[in-house]
Design a protein around this ligand. Sequence first.
Ligand SMILES: Nc1ncnc2c1ncn2[C@@H]1O[C@H](COP(=O)(O)OP(=O)(O)OP(=O)(O)O)[C@@H](O)[C@H]1O
Ligand SMILES: [Mg+2]
Length: 433
Amino acid sequence: MRSSKAILRAQGIQKSFKTNDNNHFLVLDHIDLSINKNEIIAIIGKSGSGKSTLLRILSGLSTPSEGTVFWDNKPITGPVNGVSMVFQNFALLPWLTVLQNVMLGLDSIPLSDQERLERSLKAIDDVGMDGFESAYPRELSGGMSQRVGLARALVIDPRVILMDEPFSSLDILTAENLRADLLDMWQKKSKALEAILLVTHNIEEAAYLADRILIFSNNPGQVASEIKVNLTGNRDESNPEFKALVDKIYQHMSQVQRIQKNKGPHSKGTPLNYRLPNSSVSEVLGILEALEVSSTDQTTDLAEFGEEHALDVDDLFAIMEVMEILDFAHIRKGKIQLTQEGVLFSKADIQQQKKLFATQLLSHVELAMFITKSIRHSSNHAIDKTHIMKKLKSFFSKDIAEEIFFTIVEWGRYAEVFAYDADSEQLTLEDLG
Ligand SMILES: Nc1ncnc2c1ncn2[C@@H]1O[C@H](COP(=O)(O)OP(=O)(O)OP(=O)(O)O)[C@@H](O)[C@H]1O
Ligand SMILES: [Mg+2]
C-alpha cells in the first residue's frame, strides 16, 4: 500500500445506489483524491454530481461501494474523529441555546463539564458570536446560524473540516462576510486544523478561498480536472490574476460538460438514461435572446456572459447543457458558439421557434422519441405517466425520474409535440388532440 503525506485520502472510490427495479445507479466512480496538510480544497461541480455523497464517504458517515478512505494512511471503518462537517443549512436544535448547540458537538468526547464549557465558549468567540451564547436559534439570522454551525464544527478541534455548500443559502453580502472571516480564521488557525475541503457551486468562492480546485464531472461523478491556485496579491476583481483564475475555472467547467450522445442509425442524441437538466424552456429562450449572436462565427465568452447577466453558474451550465443537447450551441474552452439551428432559432418568430424546437427535440432526445412512439403504438393513442416513469425509474431514483418526466413534459408541451393532462396523468400527441 502506498503511504502518503495526505491526512485524508480516497482511493478508487465508487458509489452506487439501488434504483427501484434493483438496478444500480452509479453516482461516483474512480475517485482518487488526497487532502493534504495546509490546504483549502474546493470541489466544484454540477448539481447531482455526487459531491455531498463524496463528503459523507470521506467523513466515514457513508460507506463506498468500492474503494477505501485512508485517515493517516489507515483505512477508515466508520466516522472519523478529527473530521467535522458543516452543511448548507446547519440544523441547530431550536430548543437549545447557542452555547448548548455548540456543546453538543462535544458529546462523543470524554471531557469534564468545565472543559466542555471552556471549549464551547472559545469556539463561539472564534466565529464572532461572543455575546450570543444564551440566544435561541430563532433569534439568529441565517448568517449567524451558519456561524454557530461552524462553531459546532470547530469545537472538537478538528484536523479537517468538510464543508458542504456552507454559504449558498446566505445572501451575497453575508456570504462574503463569512468567507472573509473563514479565511481569517484559517490564517490564524488553531494548532489542530490542518485542512478544509469545501463543496461549492460558486466559482468566485472557489477562486477566493482555495489552494486547489477540483472540478467534478457528472454521470458518474469523477474528478475531471484540477487547478492549482498560485495567486499573488488580492483575491478580488481588482487583481487581473484573480480574474484570469475565474475564467480558467469557467473554461475547465465547460470542458468537463460531457454530453453523451448516441450515434447509431436508429437512435441519435441523448439516450434514455441521460439525466436531462432541469431547465425550463423560458430560461433557454431568455439566454438565446440575450446572446445576440448574428452568425455561427461569433462566439461569446461564457464567464463574461454569466457575470454580465448575474447568472448562477449552476443555472448557466444547465441551460448550456440543454443548448448542447438540442444542438443549438456548442461550448468549447469557455466560449459559446451557436450552431446554424441556434442562429435560426434566435432570429425566428414564436411559431417558427416552436417548430424548430420540436425538430431538435425529436432528433436529439431519445426520451422524446420514446414518448411519441409509445403514444403512437398504444391502442387509444394515449399513455399513462406511469409507463414513462417505469422506464425512467429503471435508471434513476424516483425523485430524479419525476424531475426528468416534468422537464420533458414541459419541453414537449412548448414544442407542441405532446400534451399532458395532469388530472388523468396521460400523455397524448398534440396533433391528435
Ligand atoms: N441515499 C440515496 N439513495 C439514492 N440515491 C441517492 C442517495 N443519496 C444521493 N443519491 C443520488 O445520488 C446523486 C448524487 O447526489 P448528491 O447529493 O451527492 O449530489 P450533489 O453533487 O451534492 O448535488 P447538489 O449540488 O444538488 O447538492 C443524486 O442523483 C442523488 O439523487
Ligand atoms: Mg450536495
